[in-house]
Ligand binder design. Structure first.
Ligand code: BTN
Length: 178
């Protein structure tokens, strides 16, 4: 693997750690408000599909082995199979979808891919929250979707727009896109 790719993957995993610590715990739900969705969309819209999903996978593996990279400096395999683990696993699929569609020149495809990725993350997140806690679907939606969805819809758009601007300013080969 090229050194530049390894550096970019490490950088993106580190960025995910930073975005994960931008967290606000909410008193009415165990799911924290975080900047992780923004981070996954930004990284996946900026980097090619050979980099961003690998960076997210490494971030997840670091967390799984106990390094406190997840929200609120949590970590461990139990975090992945716990109430909030579905969102984390969903980040990987979100990154795969978003990074593939981000390569398109068609803006509609780029935005649609990012929002499909976001939907996948919420499907995984809410379903795992429901299954692990034994909540009803209504309660899982109230705890894991309604408090965040408006913010994440806006953050997704902001991340796609920022990534497009950054891409225009940075030579393609620096981001391993050529
Ligand atoms: O423990 C973790 O690191 C995962 C936390 C997941 C938080 C989810 S991601 C989607 C939704 N948007 C937020 O701001 N918080 C939840």
């Amino acid at each position: 693997m090229k050194t530049r790719k390894i550096v970019l993957i490490s950088l993106c995993s580190a960025l995910m750690f930073i975005f994960s610590q931008m967290t606000i715990p909410l008193p009415f739900t165990a799911v924290p408000l975080t900047m992780q969705v923004f981070g996954v969309i930004l990284i996946s819209s900026l980097m090619p599909s050979s980099i961003s999903p690998v960076a997210i996978l490494i971030y997840l593996l670091l967390g799984a082995i106990g390094i406190p990279v997840f929200a609120g400096f949590s970590g461990g395999f139990t975090a992945l199979i716990g109430p909030n683990g579905g969102y984390l696993i969903g980040f990987l699929l979100m990154s795969i979808v978003t990074s593939i569609t981000a390569a398109s020149k068609n803006k509609i495809v780029v935005f649609t891919g990012a929002y499909v990725g976001l939907a996948i993350d919420y499907i995984f997140g809410v379903l795992q929250l429901k299954i692990v806690t034994g909540m009803t679907l209504g309660a899982a939606l109230a705890a894991g979707l309604y408090p965040f969805i408006i913010k994440d819809i806006m953050m997704t758009a902001v991340a796609v727009i920022i990534a497009a601007r950054v891409k225009n300013r940075i030579p393609e080969r620096l981001l391993c896109r050529s």
